[in-house]
Write a protein that binds this ligand. Structure first.
Ligand code: HEM
Ligand code: SF4
Ligand code: SF4
Length: 513
C-alpha cells in the first residue's frame, strides 16, 4: 500500500519532490525553521509571571506581520516536525530499514521522540495561557504518579504562588537547551550513514515554507486567555500533535497512560531484534592480496562500514580496506565498486579485493555465463536487478536471463561488458528500487553514475557506444511495478529487433552487386 501510495505521489510531484522520499531531510528542515523562528520570538519573551503572557500577546498584536508570523511559523513547523518524524518512523519500519546493522539509526531515533515532545510541551507552557495551565496541571499530576519525587509536584502548583519568575526562567532555559540536545542526537542518529540527506530539495523546502506561511496568515497561532490557577481553564483548543496526553489523562488513569508510553518506547526499542524471516547474508570480506587501497569501496559503502587502515601485509600500497563487521548490512555495493571485481580476469577461482563470501564474483560470473549460454532466439537480453525491488525472476524466459543481487550496485559495470561482448547478448536491462528510494540508500544513484561514466568503476568506451545505441537500458521499478518493468523489457526487445533489422539492411546494401 505504501509503495502504491508513493507511486501516486510520484505522478503528482515527480520522484525528486516526493515528500515521502525526503522525510528525514524534512525533519531537519522543520527543526531549523523552529530554531530560527524561536530565536526571533525569544528576543521579545519576558520571564516574569505577569509579563510572560503579555509579552507573547504584544508580539502577536503589535507586530503581527513579523512577530505574529514568526510565532505561527514556530508552531506550525513544530507540528510539521512531529508529523514527518512519525511518517519517517513508520516508513522505515514498513520498508524494514531498521534491522540488523541498521539498528543503530533506528534506536537513536527513539530518544529524539521523547526530546521533541518534551521541548514542544515545554514550549506551550511558556505562553502561560489557559492551554498552558491545562497542560501543566494534567501533566504534573501524571508525573506525580511516578514514585520519584519526595513531595508531589502538584502541591507546588496548587496555588498561584507556586508559579514564580524562577519557574519561567527554568522552563525557558530548558526550552533552549533541549533543542541543542536534539541537534546533538540528530548528529548521532545519522552517524552511521554515508552521505545523509539533511536538506530537502529546494522546491520541496520552498513549497513547505509557503504552505506554513499561508497557514500562519489564515489561522495565526493565538493564545487562549491568561492562565489563572484559581480558576479552572474551562474549554481549551488542543494541539493534538503535542498535547494529546492531557485529554487522554481525562479518561485513562495516570498508570495506564504511563504503561502506554513506556510500552510503545520499549516496543520500538526491541523491534530491531525481534525474530524475522529475512535471510542473513554474511558480511563483506576483504582479500588483501587483491586490494590496492584505492578507497572506492569506502566511497561507495552507504553505511560507513569500510574504513582504510595502514597496510599490514608488506605490499607496497599505503593503505588497505577493512570492513567494520557490525556496521555492514551485506548490500554488496563495495564489491561492485572494487576494480578487481571484473569477470574478465583469467584465473577461474579469482577473489576480488572485497567480496560477499556467500556470493563471490567467480560464482556470479559462472551463474551468468551458464544462463547466457542457454539463451535462444532473437533480441536476447540479460536483466540485472535487486532483491528488494521488482521480482526479476518472473522475467526469465528462453530469450531472457536474469541476475538478482542484494543491491543492483553490487554489479560491477564490467559484467555488462562481459554479457554484451563475451556472450553476445543483444541488450542489457538494469533495474532496481525506484529512483530516490533505494533500499540501500545510494545503490540506484551509484549505478546511474557508473553507467553515465561519472563514477568509478565506469562503463568502458566500447560499452558506452552500445549504451548510446540503446542496447543498455535502466528502468527503476519497485516490487509493485512489475507490470511496468515487463512492458519495458518488451519495448527493449522490440527496439533490439528493429536495430537488428536495420543493421541487416545496411549490411545488405553495403554488399557489392
Ligand atoms: C525528527 C526527528 C528525525 C529526523 C530529523 C531524522 C532524520 C533522519 C535522516 C536525515 C536520515 C538519513 C536519511 C538518508 O539520507 O538516508 C534518517 C534515517 C533514518 N531514521 Fe531518522 N530522523 C528522525 C527521527 C527518527 C525516528 C524517531 C526513528 C525511529 C525510531 C528514525 C529512524 C530512522 C531510520 C531507521 C533511518 C534509516 C537508516 C538506514 O537507512 O539505515 N528516525 N533519519
Ligand atoms: S556490503 Fe560493503 S557496501 Fe554494503 S554495508 Fe557492507 S561493507 Fe558497506
Ligand atoms: S575497492 Fe577493492 S581495491 Fe579498492 S580499497 Fe576497496 S577492497 Fe581495496
Amino acid at each position: 500500500m505504501l509503495l502504491r501510495f508513493e507511486g501516486a505521489l510520484n505522478k503528482i510531484f515527480g520522484n525528486d519532490l516526493n515528500p515521502f522520499y525526503h522525510l528525514g531531510a524534512l525533519g531537519f528542515y522543520f527543526f531549523w525553521v523552529v530554531v530560527v523562528s524561536g530565536v526571533y520570538i525569544y528576543a521579545f519573551y519576558d520571564t516574569g509571571v505577569e509579563d510572560t503572557f503579555k509579552s507573547v500577546e504584544s508580539l502577536m498584536h503589535q507586530e503581527w506581520y513579523l512577530g505574529g508570523i514568526m510565532r505561527s511559523l514556530h508552531r506550525y513547523a513544530s507540528d510539521a516536525l512531529v508529523v514527518v518524524m512519525f511518517l519517517h518512523l513508520l516508513r522505515e519500519f514498513i520498508l524494514g530499514r531498521y534491522r540488523g546493522a541498521r539498528w543503530f539509526t533506528w534506536f537513536t531515533g527513539i530518544p529524539l521522540i521523547w526530546l521533541i515532545y518534551i521541548a514542544g510541551i515545554n514550549g506551550y507552557w511558556m505562553v502561560w495561557d489557559k492551554l498552558a495551565q491545562y497542560s501543566l496541571t494534567t501533566l504534573v499530576e501524571w508525573l506525580d504518579w511516578l514514585p520519584i519525587f519526595s513531595m508531589p509536584m502538584s502541591s507546588y502548583f496548587a496555588s498561584a504562588n507556586g508559579i514564580d519568575n524562577r519557574f519561567f526562567t527554568m522552563i525557558s532555559f530548558s526550552h533552549v537547551t533541549i533543542p541543542v540536545l536534539i541537534l546533538f542526537l540528530l548528529w548521532v542518529h545519522i552517524m552511521r550513514i554515508s552521505y545523509p540527506t539533511v536538506n530537502p530539495k529546494r522546491g520541496l523546502a520552498l513549497g513547505m515554507l509557503l504552505g506554513m506561511l499561508a497557514l500562519s496568515l489564515l489561522k495565526p497561532a493565538l493564545s487562549q486567555g491568561p492562565a489563572d490557577l484559581y480558576v479552572e481553564p474551562g474549554t481549551v483548543e488542543i494541539d493534538w500533535f503535542y498535547l494529546f496526553v492531557s485529554p487522554l489523562l481525562d479518561s485513562w488513569s495516570a498508570g495506564q497512560v504511563w504503561a502506554l508510553v513506556f510500552g510503545i518506547t520499549l516496543l520500538l526499542g526491541v523491534l530491531p531484534w525481534l525474530p524475522c524471516r529475512a535471510k542473513q547474508i554474511p558480511v563483506a570480506e576483504v582479500s588483501l592480496n587483491n586490494c590496492n587501497g584505492c578507497r572506492r569501496c569506502v566511497a561507495d559503502c552507504p553505511y560507513e562500514a569500510v574504513v582504510m587502515q595502514q597496510r599490514s601485509d608488506g605490499l607496497q600500497f599505503r593503505e588497505e580496506a577493512k570492513v567494520v563487521a557490525d556496521r555492514c548490512v551485506s548490500c554488496g555495493i563495495c564489491a561492485g565498486a572494487c576494480p578487481s571485481s571484473t569477470p574478465f580476469r583469467i584465473d577461474a577461482g579469482y577473489v576480488s579485493g572485497i567480496e560477499m563470501p556467500s556470493m563471490p564474483m567467480t560464482g556470479l560470473r559462472a551463474a551468468m555465463s551458464d544462463d547466457l549460454a542457454k539463451l535462444q532466439g532473437d533480441a536476447r537480453v540479460m536483466v540485472f536487478g535487486c532483491d528488494n525491488a521488482a521480482d526479476i525472476g518472473k522475467l526469465r524466459s528462453a530469450g531472457v536471463a536474469v541476475m538478482s543481487l542484494p543491491c543492483t550496485a553490487m554489479l560491477p559495470p564490467s559484467f555488462i561488458e562481459y554479457a554484451l561482448h563475451e556472450h553476445r547478448v543483444d541488450g542489457v536491462l538494469i533495474t532496481g528500487c525506484r529512483e530516490n528510494d533505494c533500499y540501500h540508500r545510494m545503490g540506484g544513484q551509484w549505478v546511474a553514475q557508473r553507467l553515465s561514466r561519472e563514477r568509478e568503476p565506469r562503463l568502458r568506451g566500447r560499452v558506452e557506444r552500445e549504451r548510446k545505441r540503446g542496447r543498455i537500458r535502466q528502468f527503476w521499478a519497485s516490487s509493485v511495478d512489475f507490470e511496468a518493468l515487463s512492458l519495458e523489457l518488451e519495448s527493449l526487445r522490440a527496439d533490439l529487433r528493429n536495430l537488428a533489422s536495420v543493421q541487416t539492411e545496411a549490411a545488405n546494401e553495403d554488399k557489392p552487386r
